[in-house]
Design a protein around this ligand. Sequence first.
Ligand code: GLY
Length: 357
Amino acid sequence: MEFKEITAKDYTIYFESKTYLALETFFKTNSYSTVFILVDSHTKANCLPVFLSKFPLHLDYNVIEIPSGENHKNLETCSKVWQELTRLNADRKSILINIGGGMVTDLGGFVAATFKRGIRFINIPTSLLGMVDASIGGKTGVDFNNLKNQIGLFVNPELLLVDFSYLKTLPKLELHSGLAEVIKYALTYDADLWKSMQENSSFNEKTIQKWIYRSIEIKNEIVLTDPTEQNLRKILNYGHTIGHAIETYFLENDNKENLRHGEAIAIGLIAESYISMQECNFPEKELMALKKVITQLFKKVSFSEKDIESFHELMKHDKKNNNGIILFTLLDTIGNCKINCTVSKELINKSLDFYLK
Ligand code: GLY
């Protein structure tokens, strides 16, 4: 299958071999002073060599490395990158190339957009999650006080380059983590994609590539309509109200193993689909199909009643809340969302019991 470029707001998304041609054209046709490449310790070892072999930069560049992992997605890491940019005399004509998963593109975009009031950046996502979600749509930022993505801004890259070969560098768990977002697009937007996900439980490489491409098309369509999340874009939060709280709770508790983003979102998808069944008549058949797909991809996570109390506390900080009221996106049927729904604490608890059963 040929993956045609996709036109986003103010920039283009290129795929596979076209990515490096687009990058070459970019450097030939744009004036710039210095080039910086932002990587984390994982992508420095596994992805930077691939990038340099496919695109031998005939220009001077500096590599800036940050530690990998969500627990480093904070202002302290930003500060180190700003210091490096300053030390290496970056100016407003400098360009930052972010090579990494969502953590690198979120943080790198934010650092670039705020350095000297904004330098240009290019995103090269290397994880499935980064390809289908984090690197598209202009959301950049970092966690603050252990709350996810609390500080940030909307800003778009100059180019988004999707080369599936980086996925080969990922452990299976990481690949599966990104598929939680693909499930989200399928449930909220595309019944055919949902059908395909139920029928292809072997999750083979070519099928995953088609799902990634379709997910990018969907996300792009949504953010073109509603770039700053006033209405339609809220559907992208499906599964995330509960999922983000769980992710944060496991991240900030030393006695809990960190969950990958997708592992937490998978729990959120099941819980919020259960709530959708109770509140909006979402079909039970689809809920059971979802549980089956998620069971194929993720291990079961356990948590106690006390943990659930903490999830409620964390949900109070969800960015979609209005005046302290927690707002959910729910589903009537596949592809039909209702936004700004309130849900009782009791029903949230029931939905988490349903997950645990
Ligand atoms: N990750 C959700 C969004 O970009 O809106």
